[in-house]
Design a protein around this ligand. Structure first.
Ligand SMILES: Nc1ncnc2c1ncn2[C@@H]1O[C@H](COP(=O)(O)OP(=O)(O)O)[C@@H](O)[C@H]1O
Ligand SMILES: [Mg+2]
Length: 301
């Protein structure tokens, strides 16, 4: 098959592994920097162009879209969808998963455990907002943050109100969340491919940061999931409409609580730490599904 990896970094571990795995199975692979792709739109002729040429004969795209370029990157993916090209992540699911509020609403509806979350606009009833999530300490996070940036732990009611007021003034949408003290500084990432967990790691912050993101200096180690955790990861992936993704969860006294689902989860730590062939699992999924009928997105939000 002719596979296109949409990625800004051809030296990036995940991009390299996907390419290597695809080539070893006899596929043709092109890596296109989606930030430099452009599309021409006219009646019945959806075209993607790159370096002055039309991109043709594509069977599969593997989007690796950075959070900072969600809108542009997903529109390139959408253009391939307009050509009926198979994608490992639909444009609509990428956009959906990048919105923390929308994700929380969908997880809750699907019966996935989440930290109790409040979304509010006016600064009228900050005390009730805080009471709803059990009072301070609370987590306040901007609706579109990534890599742990924009996630704040407010230790006191006073600090929480100050942070919320600052966000209101700046017009930033944010969520207020119950602080899961039991697992502060650690979280679990489960990589789900085609409805199955193929690798899982536990991430631990190195200093006393409550955020476990490896971008904040956290480290990963292999972890065995409970049945409940595995089912939760599968359910969360399904709720987002993503066949390939990384599900972030925290262990709590009332079971696993999902924080977010990443449509372009890194393969690096999960592969290196667990020894699992995640890229191989993604290629298996492609080989089994790319030729069949396109699955429609059924999430509905
Ligand atoms: N409700 C919470 N309680 C305790 N820790 C949290 C909570 N929400 C997030 N964290 C910590 O902060 C990190 C980043 O939060 P997350 O929602 O995943 O945002 P990002 O998209 O920036 O990674 C998590 O990996 C976790 O370690
Ligand atoms: Mg995260």
């Amino acid at each position: 098959m002719n596979i296109v990896i949409l990625s800004k970094g051809r030296a990036n571990y995940s991009t390299r592994r996907l390419k290597e795995e695809a080539i070893s199975r006899g596929h043709e692979v092109r890596i296109l920097n989606y930030a430099r792709c452009y599309v021409t739109i006219e009646r019945s002729n959806p075209v993607v162009r790159y370096e002055g040429k039309e991109v043709t004969d594509v069977d599969v795209v593997i989007p690796r879209i950075a959070a900072s370029l969600t809108k542009y990157g997903s529109s390139i993916v959408r253009q391939f969808e307009m050509q009926n090209v198979f994608t490992t992540a639909s444009s609509i699911a990428i956009v959906r998963s990048r919105d923390k509020l929308r994700s929380m609403q969908l997880f809750a509806k699907a019966g996935v455990g989440i930290p109790k979350t409040v979304f509010a606009r006016e600064a009228s009833d900050l005390d009730d907002v805080l009471d709803q999530v059990g009072g301070a300490p609370v987590i306040i996070k901007v609706a579109r943050g990534t890599h742990g940036n924009g996630v704040v732990l407010a230790e006191t009611r006073k600090a929480a109100k100050a942070v919320m007021q600052a966000f209101y003034v700046e017009g930033v949408n944010f969520l207020v969340q119950e602080f899961i003290a039991e697992s502060a500084g650690t979280d679990i990432r489960a990589l789900v491919v085609n409805g199955k967990v193929v690798a899982s790691i536990q991430r631990q912050s190195l200093d006393d940061d409550f955020r476990a993101n490896t971008h904040q200096g956290g480290v990963g180690k292999t972890v065995k999931l409970t049945d409940e955790e595995r089912k939760t990861a599968q359910k969360a992936a399904k709720a987002m409409g993503l066949a390939v993704c990384g599900v972030d969860m925290m262990r709590s006294e009332r079971g696993p609580l999902v924080l977010e689902v990443n449509s372009s989860a890194s393969l690096k730590t999960p592969e290196l730490v667990t020894g699992r062939n995640v890229a191989g699992a993604i290629l298996d999924y492609i080989e089994q599904n790319a030729k069949g009928k396109r699955r429609r997105d059924r999430v509905g939000a």
